[in-house]
Ligand binder design. Structure first.
Ligand code: DGL
Length: 217
């Protein structure tokens, strides 16, 4: 089985590494859009065209499925991509609003995401559908993907952001940008054991198995 993995930048490598562990027999092919990362501050139209262009190498090698390992590209572009390439199986990664809402006791949770994700109609639909009774805290994470891309994670004030969302009553933190995988250890360390930090890697395997189940068995 051939699985393509796409992200604007380094987030895809984290997802691909996890997928390789979970699906050791699969051939994982990773592409990114190094020249245009970050996507998170761009307009929707621009994100759609950049993602379409960056995905072309994966189309040409006939992947069984392409994982859009980018919350920004999924929430903004996957609908258009599915319309443009109806024969291609796409698996998106989108903010884990539903699991957060179902597991939050305080009914307050935080979503760490890019500005484009937070503004997208898809994300707002997820909030309306699954978390209408919750207060969702959306701190400014706008510089994070760039810093992670340049290996400058020390410049990110993650601990302060975590401290603020906890002070606002969050008992769940959703990592809704695959780049933030690289901050997960710091986020968990600051948040402590009573706070759930949600990240999508394991859910992707279940999604791939349900879509391509026959071929995996
Ligand atoms: N890794 C991407 C995501 O999951 C975003 C990074 C970017 O801004 O390009 O949203």
């Amino acid at each position: 089985m051939k699985i393509g993995v796409f992200d604007s930048g380094r987030g895809g490598a984290a997802v691909a590494a996890r997928l390789s562990e979970l699906l050791p027999d699969a051939e994982i092919i990773c592409v990114d859009d190094h020249d245009h990362v970050p996507y998170g501050g761009r307009l929707a139209e621009e994100i759609i065209e950049l993602a379409d262009h960056a995905l072309q190498p994966l189309f040409s090698v006939a992947c069984d499925a392409i994982v859009i390992a980018c919350n920004t590209a999924t929430t903004v572009a996957i609908k258009t991509l599915r319309e443009r390439y109806p024969q291609q199986v796409f698996i998106g990664i989108e903010p884990m609003v539903k699991p957060a809402a179902s597991q939050s006791t305080s009914r307050r949770f935080a979503v760490f995401a890019t500005p484009a994700t937070l503004q997208s109609p898809r994300y707002n639909e997820l909030k309306q559908t699954w978390a209408a009774d919750c207060q969702i805290i959306e701190p400014d994470c706008s510089g994070w993907a760039t810093a992670i891309e340049h290996n400058q994670t020390d410049s990110i004030t993650v601990e302060l952001t975590v401290q603020q969302v906890l002070a606002d009553g969050a008992d769940v933190i959703v990592l809704a940008c695959t780049h933030y995988h690289w901050l997960k250890g710091r986020i968990e360390a600051k948040a402590g054991p009573s706070v759930l930090v949600l990240e999508p890697s394991d859910a992707i395997k279940n999604r791939i198995q349900s879509l391509l189940g026959q071929r995996l068995n």
